[in-house]
Ligand binder design. Sequence first.
Ligand SMILES: C[S@@+](CC[C@H](N)C(=O)[O-])C[C@H]1O[C@@H](n2cnc3c(N)ncnc32)[C@H](O)[C@@H]1O
Length: 226
Amino acid sequence: MMHLVLAEAEVELVPASISSHPAVRAHARRRGKKATEQLLDSSFHHSAMRKLPEAERRGRPDILHQCLLLALDSPLNRQGLLRVYVHTRNDEVIHVDPSTRIPRSYHRFVGLMEDLFKRKSIPPEKPLLRLEKKNLAKLLGDLSSDRTIIFIEEGHPTKWRDLFKQETVTVVVGCFPHGDFHFSWRELNCEPVCVDPEPLDASTIVARAIYAFEDSIGLWEKRFER
Ligand SMILES: C[S@@+](CC[C@H](N)C(=O)[O-])C[C@H]1O[C@@H](n2cnc3c(N)ncnc32)[C@H](O)[C@@H]1O
């Protein structure tokens, strides 16, 4: 089993401090939403975001969208051996049911996330997505794994084929465009791993980590019963 944690994902509602900016209000009006009920999106709110701290890495739901599509369509997930958790910059955790079908259209995905921030679980009766307040240390502590690996450029250089053994593993990937993790991963019992001399996109790390894990447990053979 792999627990995949998409950490410090840059998904948040428009902060109140920029909700009256003309670019934010115009976008909200076009979408028929209140300004603060919209997801912050650097493509649309760029000029308003200049006032925000860490503006250069915020408002990137597109990174999360790509990672979720890749993870949930993987053979590992289809085999019931993947659990996905999204941890956000504001210390919320989204529990993703393996049967969730994430909309392929980015605009529909944004609408779904906005609904989730409002209602906290979707659909309410038997939630596929559930949002709760929780920090990363608490989430990692709650997951029962043999190992926790954090993908990070300053980690130990490791070949993909040497990374996984047959085990239950938690894998942490930063779901943000630039910079380092905010949380102090050195204080937790994590193995820091670097897989390339260059920074790669979060989606590339997610796709390769899932494939490397599938390979390590012989998933191809299991699925073809060989
Ligand atoms: C796009 S990176 C973001 C940070 C990166 N410093 C940058 O400037 O682009 C997103 C995440 O992918 C993972 N990652 C990217 N490149 C990596 C590498 N070479 N080795 C290990 N993890 C990597 C890390 O978890 C990182 O937080």
